[in-house]
Ligand binder design. Structure first.
Ligand code: 26V
Length: 807
């Protein structure tokens, strides 16, 4: 595959430019080059894709289907080239032709079909599945609009639609002949058959076609190409069918709304609002995927589904696809004529569930009435699952009888999806050690009592191929120079770097690479924002969705504190620092948007104040997405992971920055704890309340935010500045934040953790002054980051949940 030379590539680019773009090279644009390159990759990839599928079929292997409402894929050109072993050759060929490879790849519009960590995790998992030669595929929705595009205007977040399909997307293949029909609404009729069994018929349903678009998932240098199948909603009935029905206008109305089903991705505001369209999306994904899985199963197995659990495992990414449980029950009973008991046995052997949050506001609940009218048959099934489950508790767990209300799948006219997911699956996993422990001991304690064997941990990971090899080629080369290339297929071998952690020439190289990456980011920042940052300053980075629990507010309070200090004493000798933020707020999340505005206002004051003498710079980079993350991460010195302990299930940005040599400044939350366990206390900056302390305050009180306001001058000064409109254009500008902290008693402990956070930052500054100590820490982080490769995570899923074999 990788035998092709740069000369040959130049030739085939030149030819394709003529045959496919109708142009001579001298007239070609970056976009033309982009399409020609993707076409070459597609030619290369298609035979392997076909082969992989035929091979799975021939061997009739057990396969995993990863069902997710989100796949945050980002761009694919570079990673596909990398995985095919063609990246270096292509870069060379493009340069010979006078093109900048970076600009050519930048022609691809990010596939932003996810909100954040949960969606990016799904994309990393697909990369690892294919690279480890596991038969595993993604099933998702082909949203016409991805997560909104963010603009910052006068400091405010403005949302624009992300119409990512405006131009042809070269990685997808539409498979119209594999479309599947989905039914919504209508009525269910029950008949008693002669043998006494029940039969269910549906009438007057609204029908939608789910048309698959497949995206190839290329394994790393191994000829495996798996699939990400994204479903698109299209009109099902012909006008003729409709004209004969008595419900003409109802159908017209329905037809009008069909395309909305795959219209846009809902932004995660981490508070669950029961929006009917979102429920439609979830059922659409689930029904199309499960019907498809069964169809494929039948192509290679006997018609009966008795052995489905031997051949298929379905992992549901959070509760969003949890209707998979009643949908599989429906198909088994109504279409395959299984009785309840047998259908339940099959279902609960096929479905496995991953939980990604303990925030109670984010736990999904749907009004029973909505499920009943939109999915009447599923409602009946959920009702029956609930009845049987409650009965079982009553009879077999008398100690839980007084808790049935908190355990019931249907309670207070709501369907609790996490409860449904736990009851209907054979595995329930959290995404970092502490998160799983909180699920077992606190949040889902009674379920753990009922099903101790279902619960397990799978600490998240990230694909080191994209997040190190691809985004940081210079660091990758330095690593390979000293320890050889084995780490690429076995990321755990990064640990050999520890042998060089005192080796001065090696450390100098690491330093040089980081500095070059910082220069590149500084240039990017200048181009994008006009802000000139010092590439020798500490690059302190917080990039993630904006949420109160992630505490961007604590970060900006620290910046304001430093600013106040420098104003009081402009000659203070401090190490220059650049604070870099990237974050989208859910459009309806008022407080989160206020924080974005505050960051931007503080930036405009700090960056232009002559007293500061460029010792501090604050940069908010708009429209944070995968491609922007790829630019920022290689240049980070400090990775801010400062969530209120117990709130961040895992975090994965922490892993990406660690892998690129940044040092974590964080709380004992999520995967930070596992990072600390590996690198040791000397190679990480930990501060603040522990999860136990936070949970203790929540349960027993004892925290009074106002006491800190009254006693800590630094805190009072900042809050008063907010209250007096000091950072605003008018005097009520940031009052909301002030009131929120003092009158809602600072629910995320920003004031409580303020002092320890400042102390930690002082330590950071001290450590940075000693270059070799710092580089030493940096190398320790890179060396230990192998554990956070998603290859390790997928290996664990494959052996302890999926029971999957490599092909
Ligand atoms: C909730 C909602 C509700 C409204 C509609 C759209 C929507 C989309 C997503 C969510 C759930 C968000 C849960 C989540 O993203 N959890 C994150 O998962 C990461 C991967 O496991 C983990 O690293 C983060 O710590 C965790 O916050």
């Amino acid at each position: 595959m990788s035998k092709i030379t740069a000369e040959e590539l130049v030739e085939s680019i030149t030819n394709k430019m003529k045959t496919e773009r109708g142009k001579d090279l001298k007239d070609a644009s970056d976009k033309d080059l982009y399409y020609v390159i993707t076409s070459i990759v597609n030619d290369e990839l298609k035979p392997h894709w076909l082969e992989t599928e035929k091979n799975y079929k021939k061997r009739n292997v057990r396969q995993v289907y990863y069902l997710s409402m989100e796949f945050l894929v980002g761009r694919l050109a570079e990673s596909n080239l990398l995985n095919f072993g063609l990246l270096n050759t292509t870069n060379e060929a493009l340069e010979r032709l006078g093109f900048d490879p970076e600009k050519v790849y930048a022609e691809e519009h990010d596939a932003g079909l996810g909100n954040g960590g949960l969606g990016r995790l799904a994309a990393c998992f697909l990369d690892s599945l294919a690279s480890l030669r596991y038969p595993g595929h993604g099933c998702g929705i082909r949203y016409r609009y991805g997560l909104f595009e963010q603009r910052i205007i006068h400091g405010n977040q403005i949302e624009l639609p992300d119409y990512w399909l405006k131009e042809e997307y070269p990685w997808e293949t539409r498979k119209a002949d594999e479309a599947i029909k989905i039914h919504f609404g209508g009525q269910v009729h029950m008949f008693k058959k002669n043998d006494g069994s029940l039969e269910f018929k549906y009438e007057n349903t609204d029908q939608v076609m789910a048309v698959p678009y497949d995206i190839p998932i290329v394994g790393f240098e191994n000829q495996v190409v798996n699939s990400l199948r994204l479903w698109s909603a299209e009109l099902a009935t012909s006008d003729e069918d409709v004209a004969h029905t008595t419900q003409y206008y109802h159908h017209l109305d329905h037809n009008h709304s069909i395309e909305q089903i795959s219209g846009f991705l809902y932004p995660d505001d981490s508070s669950h609002e029961g929006k009917e369209l979102r429920l439609k999306q979830q059922y659409f994904l689930v029904s199309a995927s499960i019907q498809n899985i069964i169809k494929k199963y039948k192509e290679t197995n006997r018609k009966s589904l008795n052995h489905l659990p031997d051949k298929v495992v379905i992992q549901i990414n959070d509760t969003h696809p949890s209707l998979a449980i009643p949908e599989l029950m429906r198909i088994l009973m109504d279409e395959e004529h299984y009785g309840w008991e047998d259908a339940w046995k099959i279902t609960t052997k096929v479905i496995a569930y991953t939980n990604h949050t303990t925030l109670s506001e984010a736990l999904e609940k749907w009004p029973t009435a909505m499920i009943q009218s939109l999915l009447p048959r599923l409602h009946m099934i959920i009702d029956e699952i609930n009845e049987r489950f409650c009965k079982e508790i009553w009879l077999e767990y008398p100690e839980l009888r007084n808790k049935i209300h908190e355990l019931a799948i249907i309670a207070d006219n709501q369907v609790h999806m996490a409860r449904l997911a736990i009851v209907g699956s054979f595995s329930v996993n959290g995404v970092a050690r502490i998160h799983t422990e909180i699920l077992k001991k606190k949040e889902m304690k009674d379920f753990y009592h009922l099903f101790p064997n279902k619960f397990n941990n799978k600490t998240n990971g990230i694909t080191h191929r994209r997040w190190l090899l691809q985004v940081n080629p210079k660091l990758s080369d330095v690593i390979t120079d000293v320890i050889g290339p084995q780490w690429i297929s076995r990321p755990n071998q990064l640990i050999s770097l520890l042998r060089y952690s005192k080796d001065r020439p090696f450390l100098e190289k690491i330093d040089k690479v980081k500095h070059e990456n910082k220069q590149a980011l500084a240039k990017f920042i200048l181009d994008r924002t006009g802000i000139k940052v010092d590439d020798k300053s500490i690059f302190d980075v917080q990039i993630k969705r904006l949420h109160e629990y992630k505490r961007q507010l604590l970060n900006i309070f620290h910046v304001i504190y430093l600013y106040n200090e420098l104003k009081d004493n402009p000659n203070q000798d401090i190490t220059p620092r650049t604070f870099i933020f990237g974050a989208k707020a859910a459009p309806s999340y008022h407080l989160a948007k206020e924080v974005i505005k505050l960051i931007n206002k503080v930036a405009s004051i700090v960056n232009h104040d002559p007293d500061i003498k460029d010792k501090l710079k604050v940069v908010f980079l708009e429209n944070y997405n995968v491609s922007l993350a790829e630019k920022i991460i290689p240049a980070a010195d400090i990775s801010e992971q400062i969530s209120t302990a117990s709130k961040e299930a895992s975090g994965t940005g922490n892993m990406k920055m660690m892998m690129n040599g940044a040092i974590t400044l964080g709380t004992l939350d999520g995967a930070n704890i596992e990072i600390r366990d590996l690198v040791g206390d000397n190679n990480i900056f930990i501060f603040g309340l522990t999860a136990d302390e936070v949970l203790e305050y929540y349960h027993n009180g004892g925290y009074v935010a106002r006491d800190i306001y009254n006693t800590d001058d630094r805190v009072r000064r900042i809050l008063d500045q907010l209250n007096e409109g000091w950072f605003g254009t008018h005097d009520i500008e940031f009052k909301d934040i002030f009131y929120h902290i003092l009158y809602h008693n600072d629910p995320y402990f920003v004031l409580k953790d303020f002092d320890p956070y400042i102390v930690s930052h002082e330590l950071v500054e001290q450590s940075y002054r000693d270059k070799f100590t710092w580089l030493n820490m940096s190398v320790a982080n890179i060396a230990h980051s192998g554990k956070f490769s998603s290859d390790r995570t997928i290996q664990e899923y494959a052996s302890s949940i999926w029971n999957l074999n490599k092909v």
